[in-house]
Design a protein around this ligand. Structure first.
Ligand SMILES: Cc1cc2nc3c(=O)[nH]c(=O)nc-3n(C[C@H](O)[C@H](O)[C@H](O)COP(=O)(O)OP(=O)(O)OC[C@H]3O[C@@H](n4cnc5c(N)ncnc54)[C@H](O)[C@@H]3O)c2cc1C
Length: 361
């Protein structure tokens, strides 16, 4: 394996080199057959997965604000790979915070180095299939552990994972969070849906046909709300907004470079650039614990900005931007993802209101 200097800060030269390479590869990542293995390997070699772990667990112990700065740059370069990394790091952080030393010792270093890959299937406990009477992934106690039955409806990199971090519901409605090796008998992962965007994230359902998991694989629970009870972990936090702002940055960068030769684009480019800068600042403040900022408000603003800036970039790119293969068209489709990814009901409601009621009429 080629030795590449690690990325030890969000503004160092190795980070510039990594982002250039990710950006170059992003144009080749389009459908489910394009799992971004090369990009993920590069991130592993550069130590990206160590940003999110404390030093005592083999990480670089980056501060929350540096993690935001890092994600802003990665998502500007390549949203698909960065999104996959958020799900991968979601799994890694939940393992690290679980206190389950057996799982930590067996898995954490190989995941942090990029040798193995893990992902999460937890949305059915938060934003997916919540209106159904029966939980989609059920667990029943059995001797030394649990029997898992049903599906995790959304799992990014489903067929590429060595380990799943999945949530399940017991017959008494309590929830558990488990680290389940993908090789266990009765597990079947779909190859990935063809999506409006981010198809190469290979997101699909994973089915569990009476899979036996031992109690040694338990990360958290049983408890009423197992995702909230895991210390130090928040679902629907700032990272979703960060990726939306990173995408907006890519679009604004395009608009700005076009505006050098086209005066008519100058005002729009300046306005959007200022908005992206201001929202990035709010994200960073929030990650440093500024309580004046509200996570939902930032998420709504980030979604809007991603949609507006990518469509502004398309307007500037004209028909050429509408031809398949032009990055601006891809960014427009990617911006739609933020309307559905881990989008809590109040935020979805705010977007619905905005779309339904024309404030200009
Ligand atoms: C590309 C992609 C990757 C993802 N990756 C992951 C991942 O790695 N891990 C993870 O845990 N999650 C992941 N998610 C899940 C995501 O965070 C959301 O949970 C998901 O988008 C919610 O959509 P849903 O269709 O499951 O919602 P649902 O609420 O289940 O809606 C599905 C359908 O049910 C109907 N419906 C909805 N609400 C009601 C109601 N109240 N009454 C009657 N009918 C209703 C509607 O027809 C709707 O279309 C991913 C999602 C996407 C799109």
């Amino acid at each position: 394996m080629q030795h590449l200097p690690p990325v030890l800060s969000p503004t160092c030269v190795p980070m510039d080199e990594l982002c250039d390479e990710l950006s170059r590869l992003a144009d080749t990542i389009t459908d489910v057959s394009d799992w971004p293995l090369k990009s993920l390997e590069l991130c592993g070699q550069r130590g990206v997965y160590r940003w999110f772990l404390p030093e005592e667990l083999g990480g670089y112990g980056w501060s929350a604000s540096d993690q935001i700065r890092g994600y802003l740059r990665l998502s500007q370069a390549d949203l698909t790979t960065t999104f996959v990394i958020t799900q991968y790091m979601g799994a890694v952080r939940r393992i690290a915070a679980s206190g389950n030393t057996a799982v930590i010792e067996q898995w954490l270093e190989s995941l942090a180095s990029g040798k193995q890959f893990s992902t999460v299937g937890i949305s059915h406990l938060t934003t997916s299939r919540r209106h159904l009477k029966r939980p989609v992934l059920r667990a029943e106690e059995s001797g030394d552990g649990y029997i898992l039955d049903g599906i995790a409806p959304w799992v990014t990199g489903a067929s590429h994972a060595d380990l799943y971090i999945v949530g399940a519901t017991l017959t008494n409605s309590q929830q558990i969070l488990l680290a389940v090796p993908s090789t266990l008998c009765g597990i079947k992962a779909g190859p990935g849906h063809e999506l409006v965007a981010l198809s190469a994230s290979c997101t699909d359902q994973v089915s569990f046909d009476r899979v036996h998991v031992t109690r040694t694989m338990l990360l958290n629970g049983p408890s009423e709300n197992v995702l909230k009870s895991a210390t130090g972990i928040r679902t629907g936090g700032l990272q979703t907004s960060t990726l939306a702002v990173g995408l907006a940055q890519a679009a604004v960068q395009f608009l700005s470079s076009e505006s050098i030769k086209r005066m008519d684009l100058k005002d729009a480019a300046t306005e959007l650039r200022q908005e992206v800068g201001a929202l990035s600042e709010r994200l960073l403040k929030m990650s440093e614990g500024d309580s004046d900022c509200d996570t939902s408000e930032i998420r709504t603003a980030a979604n809007r900005l991603a949609l507006r800036s990518t469509q502004a970039a398309l307007t500037a790119a004209k028909g050429a931007g509408f031809v398949n293969g032009h990055p601006v068209g891809r960014w427009c489709r990617e911006a739609l993802f933020f309307l559905v990814w881990s989008c809590p009901q109040p935020i979805a409601q705010a977007h619905l209101c905005e779309l339904a009621f024309d404030t200009h009429s």
